[in-house]
Design a protein around this ligand. Structure first.
Ligand code: INI
Length: 156
């Protein structure tokens, strides 16, 4: 029996991060969490690239460009879609999540997902704080683990 598990050691991994500027104060806090998670798990700052885009709706095409570039072992996507702020919440949140899942399947590259979809600012603040529960940090650590488990399965 073979069991595949990905370690959370990010040493040597190249990581691309896509951040959306809409609700920037929330996304900046998610980015702080992601950087913290990557640094704590051994990813070198010089191995991290960050792309900023206008809103969550622009994340998938950017993630796809990074994915097909071949430069990264894993990606992390960060955004904040807040229901109270838009009548087209469903038109933004759902397609973004579906598209990112699709890009993973098309390219085989793991993509950590911390595009918050919340009811109000308070919920977004609770998920992007400096302590435990920062979804950017969680997605970054998950992305490291996924890069490693997929490498193990692929025999690399
Ligand atoms: N983009 C977000 O990232 N979050 C939102 O809450 C949001 N709202 O509320 O509309 C939002 N809209 C912009 C969208 O992502 C695109 O940038 C825009 O439609 C231009 O393509």
């Amino acid at each position: 029996m073979t069991t595949f598990e990905g370690s959370q050691d990010g040493k040597g991994l190249r990581v691309g991060i896509v951040c959306s500027r809409f609700n920037e104060f929330i996304v900046s806090a998610l980015l702080d969490g992601a950087k913290r998670g990557l640094a704590n798990h051994g990813v070198a700052e010089s191995d991290i690239d960050i792309a900023w885009v206008p809103g969550a709706y622009e994340i998938p095409v950017t993630a796809k460009a990074m994915a097909v570039s071949g430069r990264y072992d894993t990606l992390v996507t960060l955004g904040a879609v807040i229901r109270g702020e838009t009548a087209h919440f469903e038109y933004v949140a759902g397609p973004v999540a579906d598209s990112i899942a699709q890009i993973q399947l098309e390219t085989g590259l793991p993509i950590g997902f911390a595009v918050l979809t919340v009811e109000n600012i308070q919920q977004a603040v609770e998920r992007s704080g400096p302590g435990a529960g920062n979804k950017g940090e969680e997605a970054a650590i998950g992305a490291i683990e996924m890069a490693n488990v997929l490498k193990a399965i692929r025999g690399k």
